[in-house]
Design a protein around this ligand. Structure first.
Ligand SMILES: [Zn+2]
Length: 250
């Protein structure tokens, strides 16, 4: 839940939560602050203008991560010169929290340029392309899990795929350090249909443009009606012989 402003004795579940809330309030109210002290027990922040009266102090209890606001002076006396378009509190992490929901749909095409435009129009904050790109990556990772986590889940996904599709063949090859190398999927229905197809297999690949890279390759045949019939899919590191052999020997 977003709060309008903090108050004395407000309790936050941890320091990160407190900092995140303060950053969002600063963006909304167009001011900036400087952190004066930040440790496991205390958090102090003051308006970026030395002469301004705005400050906040919070403390944690010794037995938990909770942070309680023990002092808060909410009124600013700083001039508008300090209310910049660039806001130091608008970190990539904070920006990502505004747009997280847009990444629930895997087909989302919400791009850094759009983040820059929306931050300017909706929050009055200027964001560099680099920061918008990091915010996009953080938001997508937060909602969908990171690329690395998805590779870890791959074996269980393939196992379920085989259970749900009788006759399906899947393989995952890893290197000596248990890192992903190749993957191969041939659906049971495709293998059944292959028996009625022409006995020539065509293999082609395309580079994956994700952070982890690699090549997505597909093996197709032509059916009796000269239509393309997909036979198998795989992901390899490069379009090289090892990846093909790993897949095709199955
Ligand atoms: Zn101020």
């Amino acid at each position: 839940m977003e709060i309008e402003d903090i108050r004395l004795n407000y309790v936050f579940k941890n320091k990160t939560d407190l900092k995140h809330t303060l950053a969002k309030i600063a963006i909304k109210k167009h001011f900036q602050y400087r952190i004066q002290k930040s440790c496991s027990e205390a958090f102090w922040a003051k308006c970026i203008d030395e002469n301004c009266g705005w400050y906040v102090r919070a403390r944690s209890s010794k037995v938990s991560d909770y942070f309680r606001v023990i002092k808060y002076h909410k009124h600013h006396t700083c001039s508008l010169n300090h209310r910049n378009f660039e806001n130091r509190q608008a970190s990539a992490k904070v920006i990502s929290s505004y747009f997280k929901e847009k990444f629930r749909d895997p087909r989302s095409t919400y791009r850094p340029r759009k983040i820059i435009r929306d931050m300017r129009d909706e929050h009055g904050v200027g964001v560099t392309y680099n920061k918008a790109w990091r915010a996009k990556t953080l938001a997508a990772d937060d909602v969908r899990g990171s690329n690395e986590e998805s590779y870890v889940l791959l074996p269980s996904y393939l196992y379920m795929l085989q259970l749900a599709n009788p006759g399906t063949i899947t393989r995952v090859c890893k290197d000596e350090e248990n890192r992903f190398k190749y993957m191969f999927i041939a659906f049971g229905a495709s293998l059944d249909g292959w028996k009625q197809c022409r006995p020539v297999i065509v293999v082609d690949g395309t580079f994956l443009k994700t952070k982890c890279g690699g090549t997505l390759y597909a093996a197709c045949v032509k059916d009796g009606n000269n239509q393309i019939f997909p036979l198998a899919f795989g992901i390899g590191d490069l379009e090289n012989d090892n990846a093909w052999i790993c897949s095709l020997q199955d």
